[in-house]
Design a protein around this ligand. Structure first.
Ligand code: BJW
Length: 232
């Protein structure tokens, strides 16, 4: 492993599953009979803002009760001890990587614990419900929405992600189905740019054939094993 210096890690809902946070596409992937694709869009928010606020208020409250699991802690240890470049690109909107102690984390699909004011364009730390339309703490407009990236919107910090992928010697994907782009395309991008590619997942993802290596198992087991190997 001595030739590996720069690492990009992509995480998805599977890394938080054992913390008790539901994934999107396992077990039916429905919330009150709605598919995620029907609530996580700007069109859904225009059509039925109360429905969308209830969906996010419930999930924002729920994540504050959850705790990081051994996969989050192993990645935080890797972040602390890895001497080269490392970037954890998470699709997750929970804060469990940070609560486990990781610092080099980028939330490409936003964060549950932030609200975005569409009047003044400021993002504020937010832990409370939005259904009652509380005022923006900066401009007082009642225009707050969850600071998450919906289908059809541009994920955050794409330039920084692609810059890291260009430098990566190793790309590791953990607990993501490979169903949602552009994240689902990172393995192909990384591989074409010369990185070794590794998948850690409960089952093979949709883009599994792009990985040089796949290790199957629960994240709480396969991630700590892989981190131990890398740091030994
Ligand atoms: C375990 C485990 C355990 C379980 N241990 N593992 C047609 C073709 C191609 C693309 C498109 C298309 N039509 C439209 C698009 C684009 C669209 C898209 O991809 N749609 C698909 C449905 C096809 N994408 C977009 O619109 C994105 N924007 C965009 O493309 O902008 C233009 C652009 C162009 C070029 C460059 C850049 C930009 C935006 C996507 C936004 C996604 N938002 C959501 C909601 C976020 C807020 C919220 O949380 O509500 O993000 S959707 C949802 O899916 C969420 C997730 O981050 C994302 C990915 O899900 P994830 O994490 O993979 O979860 P699951 O449930 O799918 O999988 C769980 C995995 O865990 C499984 O593999 C299990 O095996 C595993 N697992 N337990 C280990 N214990």
């Amino acid at each position: 492993m001595s030739e590996i210096r720069n690492i990009v890690i992509l995480t998805g809902a599977g890394v938080s599953a054992e913390s008790g946070i539901d994934t999107f596409r396992d077990g039916g992937g429905l919330w009150e009979q709605h598919r995620v694709e029907d609530v996580a869009t700007p069109e859904a928010f225009v059509r039925d803002p109360d429905l969308v606020h209830r969906f996010y208020d419930m999930r924002r409250a729920a994540i504050q009760e959850k705790e990081p699991n051994p996969a989050h802690f192993a990645l935080a240890r890797l972040d602390a001890e890895w001497p080269g470049e490392l970037l954890i690109v998470t699709q997750n909107v929970d804060d469990l990587h940070e609560r486990a102690g990781a610092h080099r984390v980028l939330h490409m699909h936003g964060e549950h614990l932030k609200a975005w004011c569409t009047s003044c364009d400021v993002r504020s730390v937010w832990r409370e419900p939005l259904l009652a339309r509380p005022p923006c703490p900066v401009c007082q407009a009642r225009s707050l929405r969850p600071d998450v990236v919906w289908f059809g919107e541009m994920p955050y910090q794409m330039e920084r992600i692609y810059a890291a992928l260009r430098q990566a010697d190793l790309f590791v994907s953990i607990g993501t189905s490979g169903a949602v782009y552009p994240a689902a395309g990172f393995v192909r991008d990384a591989r074409e740019l010369g990185a070794r590619t590794l998948e850690l997942n409960l089952e093979r993802s949709q883009g599994s054939s792009w990985f040089h290596e796949t290790r199957l198992g629960p994240a709480s087991e396969v991630v700590p094993q892989w981190v131990d190997e890398l740091l030994q």
